[in-house]
Structures are given as structure tokens and as C-alpha cells.
Design a protein around this ligand. Structure first.
Ligand code: BES
Ligand code: ZN
Ligand code: ZN
Length: 505
């Protein structure tokens, strides 16, 4: 896709269509809409009346017009963006995605996006525009051989009147990196588990690392045994597929990090979760191919980090394994020892995410991580609590948690904090080992997952993101296909940036 910066009048762009933001209850009596109304001899105003278009978020009206004078396009797409006061830079990605999906369905291959934000955040607006189009066009059709081919957007122009063209170009580049990285993660999450085995996931990580210039190391079963990762190995025990620990390292040319500080992302990479001996019911089990999304997200983040080149080091660790039942599988009541020496009584083999994260996090800390964010589709309970809207966040350092929540606000991703604390930690005390991997039935399931993981964090500041609800969209939305969402990548890239900025101070 080609990108073009339009810093003059939006309607002079040489494209097939204009896609323009419209605020809630706005009338075409001034500014951009008035200009557009004039150029179309009152068509825009008449549509507002007859179609009862009110600018609700995601609402669209499509017009065919006869180009004349300076107006080059022959189609106009009005896109509602909701209340003007609530319309901020990250909303541009939703606007762009909605435009791209709609116009592609009308076989249009070039358009100009008119975000109508005058907040001076040119780089970010341009980045969100390009990212929104790239992620908006993602589809689940990789394995389809029939010819219901969708159209193709070949040219995207973005119009910000009076903006600096260099800044826009910089934003375009950033948006492409972030959009492609989000889709990289979504592609992994969407892969069927017979194709994306732990070995294949490791191979894709290696290929990606080579392409973007990251250090990559893959630990196999023997390495894990040497390191004492009995918890991770207990999950892999039932599977024919060997587990892999994927380690990615980004090292800046010149680090400005505060002495000794290192940020790490650690992901749950269960390529399929049957529940193991604590077998899940068959209904809906197919959804568990996405149980590696935490890990896939770490790979997407690391890809983007390598290309955006921040001045701080970043570590990525993904524990990849299947959770299968078999004669070699772990039994409920087995006791295992994790890398940090703690013993775990496994009472439910379906609570496996926390078991693999225990060793992956201990490993990250041993590698020097001082700030750890783990991502996991950890509990069904978080879906009951927060639905598909908010990612559950918990952690051992309130400032660090706040920072991530703030990053979410700045990038359009919602987080909701749940409490942790010693009352909850007591609930995982085992009769015969240090801890057990579940708490009392149906009580605080998401929190119990977090306090279990906390047992394997030593000195690091740590935040746990339960993405079970937000990582997958059951329905398509105007800006995005159904399926894997790539959630958290944008906010965590912002976290890397914050790290960079605070380190420079
Ligand atoms: N991968 C699941 C979490 C999950 C469940 C995500 C349903 C999406 C929908 C996880 O490994 C799991 O099975 N968790 C159990 C924990 C329980 C046994 C304490 C759960 O949530 O039921
Ligand atoms: Zn499970
Ligand atoms: Zn799981």
C-alpha cells in the first residue's frame, strides 16, 4: 500500500474516495463539512436530513458524486466518530479501519482519510491512520482456496491541513511497523494448532528475529531440565510435541536505560489447551487454539521494538507448549518443583498457564529483567468479570500498574485493575507443598491466577495482563474483522517509549 501526505486541501487529493470523520450531531454548516457540501451542490446537507445521519461512532453513509473542479474523488464516505470531546488520536485508528473495510467492500482502491483532529499530534495521527487501515484489512481467509477475493486498497492518502510533511511520513512509517506487527500476532493466534505447534512457533520467532534483527535463542526440553523448570515441563509432559522456550533480545546501539534496568515481556504460549487430565468439555474447546496469544503478542511487540529501535534494552520470553492428556501427562495431585525452588501441588491440570509462566518469569528475572509484564489468556473468570472490553491488570507495584493503564488510555486500549494481596495469597497455600495451582472453586479466579504467578517473581516490578477476554473478538466490528485482536501491543509499545523517555531524563 502506498501512502501520501496531503497537507493542503483534502479534496484535492487524486483518489477515488474521500473518507471523512463526522462528529455526533454535527451539521454541515461550517468548516470541512460545509466545504464538502458546497462542492457537492448541497448533497451532503440533504443526506444529513434524509438519512438521519447523526455521527454516532461507527455509523457510515456512502455517497456517489460527480467529480468537478478541484474535487477529484467520485465517492464520499461519511464516518461517525461520536462526541467531539471524546474523539482523540487513537480513535483515528478506528476511523481508518472502518474506512478501509467499507471502501474495500465497494471495490475502491484509493482514498483520502480526513481525521479532522487539530491537536498537533501529527506523527501519532498519521501512525494511527496507517495502522488502522493495515489492521482493518486483516481477514481470516488464509486457508480459503475459493475465489471470494476481497478488493485491495492500493493508495492511502491522509489529509492534515497545514501539517509538516516530514512528520506525516514519520508517522506513516511508525504506523506500518505497528500495524504489521499487530497482524503478525493475529496471524499466529489464528493458526490452527496442528500447524502452529511449539516447534513451529519457535521457528516463526526465529525467522522474524532474523528479518528484523533481534537476538533469538530457543531452549529445548533438555535445557529446561538443566535449569530446573519442573513447572513448565509438567505442562508439556502429556504432549507428543516438545516444548520450547523462546527468548528474544533487543539491544539498542547505545542504551540510555537507567543503570541496571531492563523491561521484559513474558507470554503464555499454550498452542492448544485441552485442559490435560482435567479435560475441558468438548463444546467450545476449539477456541483454545488462541491460548498462545500472550506469547504471540510478545513476539509482535518484539518485532515492532526491533524496527522502532528505542534506546532501551527489551527482553521477550515465550513459554510454548501444548496441554494434552496422555499416559505421560501430569495428574491432579502431582507435585513439581519450579526453577526458583518453590514446590507446587498441581490440583487442576487445566490451570496450566500459571505453571508455564512461573518458570518463564523466573527465567526473565534471572536474565536481568527489573520490570516484567506478563501476558496470558489465563482465566475464563476474567471474561465473566470484564467481558471482551477491558484487559484485567494486576501487579505488585502500583506505579507500574498505573503506567500501563495510562499507556492504554493514550493508545485506545482499556485496562481494569483487580486487587491482589496476602488474603488472596493465603488461598493458594498447599497442604503438602509451598503452593497449589488453584484456589477455592469459583472464587476470585482471575486474582488467584495472578497471586500464583506472583510467587515466582523475586525483586522485579511486575504486572500481569489477563487477555482471555480481549484477545479475541467473537463478532466483526466496523473497523476490524472478527477473531484475534492483537490487543495490548499498542499500549505496551507506548510503555517502552515511556521507559525510554524517563531513562533519558
Ligand atoms: N486457557 C484457559 C483460560 C480460558 C478459559 C480462556 C476459557 C478463555 C476461555 C486456562 O488455561 C484455564 O483453563 N483456566 C481455568 C482455570 C481454573 C481451572 C482454575 C479456567 O479459567 O477455568
Ligand atoms: Zn487451561
Ligand atoms: Zn490455558
Amino acid at each position: 500500500m502506498k501512502t501520501k501526505a496531503i497537507t493542503g486541501k483534502f479534496y484535492e487529493a487524486n483518489v477515488d474516495a474521500i473518507a471523512i470523520a463526522v462528529f455526533k450531531d454535527e451539521q454541515p454548516t461550517s468548516g470541512y463539512l460545509k466545504e464538502l457540501d458546497k462542492l457537492t451542490d448541497g448533497l451532503v446537507a440533504s443526506v444529513f436530513k434524509t438519512e438521519k445521519f447523526s455521527g454516532e461512532e461507527g455509523e457510515t453513509v456512502f455517497l456517489r458524486i460527480i467529480p468537478k473542479g478541484k474535487l477529484k474523488a467520485s465517492r464520499i464516505l461519511l464516518i461517525g466518530v461520536g462526541e467531539k470531546e471524546e474523539y482523540k488520536t487513537p480513535n483515528v485508528a478506528f476511523l481508518a479501519g472502518t474506512a478501509a473495510r467499507f471502501l474495500r467492500s465497494k471495490n475502491i482502491s484509493s482514498f483520502v482519510l480526513v481525521p479532522r483532529l487539530e491537536n498537533g499530534q501529527t506523527v501519532d495521527i498519521a501512525a494511527n491512520a496507517v495502522q488502522g487501515v493495515i489492521t482493518g484489512l486483516f481477514e481470516l481467509d488464509k486457508y480459503k482456496t475459493t475465489n471470494d477475493k476481497k478488493g485491495k486498497i492500493e493508495t492511502l492518502a491522509v489529509a492534515i491541513e497545514g501539517a509538516d510533511e516530514k512528520e506525516m511520513e514519520k508517522g506513516f512509517e511508525r504506523g506500518k511497523i505497528i500495524g504489521d506487527s499487530i497482524n503478525f500476532t493475529r496471524d499466529l493466534a489464528n493458526e490452527p494448532p496442528n500447524i502452529l505447534t511449539p516447534t513451529e512457533m519457535a521457528k516463526r520467532a526465529q525467522e522474524m528475529a532474523k528479518e528484523v534483527g533481534l537476538e533469538c535463542e530457543i531452549l529445548d526440553e533438555a535445557d529446561m531440565r538443566k535449569l530446573g523448570m519442573g513447572s513448565l515441563l509438567s505442562v508439556a509432559a502429556g504432549s507428543e510435541q516438545p516444548p520450547k522456550l523462546i527468548i528474544l533480545k533487543y539491544k539498542p546501539k547505545k542504551s540510555t536505560a537507567r543503570k541496571g534496568e531492563m523491561l521484559a515481556f513474558v507470554g503464555k504460549g499454550i498452542t492448544f489447551d485441552t485442559g490435560g487430565i482435567s479435560l475441558k468439555p468438548s463444546e467450545g474447546m476449539e477456541a483454545m487454539k488462541y491460548d498462545m496469544t500472550g506469547g504471540g503478542t510478545v513476539l509482535g511487540i518484539m518485532r515492532a521494538v526491533a524496527l522502532l529501535k528505542p534506546s532501551v534494552p527489551v527482553l521477550g520470553v515465550v513459554a510454548a507448549t501444548e496441554n494434552m492428556p496422555s499416559g505421560k501427562a501430569t495428574r491432579p495431585s502431582d507435585v513439581v518443583r519450579a526453577m526458583n525452588g518453590k514446590t507446587i501441588e498441581i490440583l487442576n491440570t487445566d490451570a496450566e498457564g500459571r505453571l508455564i509462566l512461573a518458570d518463564a518469569i523466573a527465567y526473565a528475572e534471572k536474565q536481568g529483567a527489573t520490570h516484567i509484564v506478563d501476558l496470558a489468556t489465563l482465566t475464563g473468570a476474567v471474561i465473566i468479570a470484564l467481558g471482551n472490553i477491558n484487559t484485567g491488570i494486576m501487579g505488585n507495584d502500583q506505579d507500574f500498574v498505573n503506567q500501563i493503564i495510562e499507556c492504554g488510555k493514550e493508545t485506545g486500549e482499556k485496562y481494569w485493575q483487580l486487587p491482589i494481596g496476602k488474603e488472596y495469597s493465603k488461598m493458594i497455600k498447599s497442604d503438602i507443598a509451598d503452593v497449589k495451582n488453584i484456589g477455592p472453586a469459583r472464587k476470585a479466579g482471575t486474582i488467584i491466577g495472578a497471586v500464583f504467578i506472583q510467587e515466582f517473581v523475586d525483586k522485579a516490578k511486575w504486572a500481569h495482563l489477563d487477555i482471555a477476554g480481549t484477545a479475541w473478538a467473537d463478532e466483526p466490528s466496523p473497523h476490524q474483522a472478527k477473531g484475534p485482536t492483537g490487543v495490548c501491543i499498542k499500549s505496551l509499545l507506548r510503555l517502552v517509549e515511556k521507559f525510554e523517555n524517563s531513562a533519558k531524563k
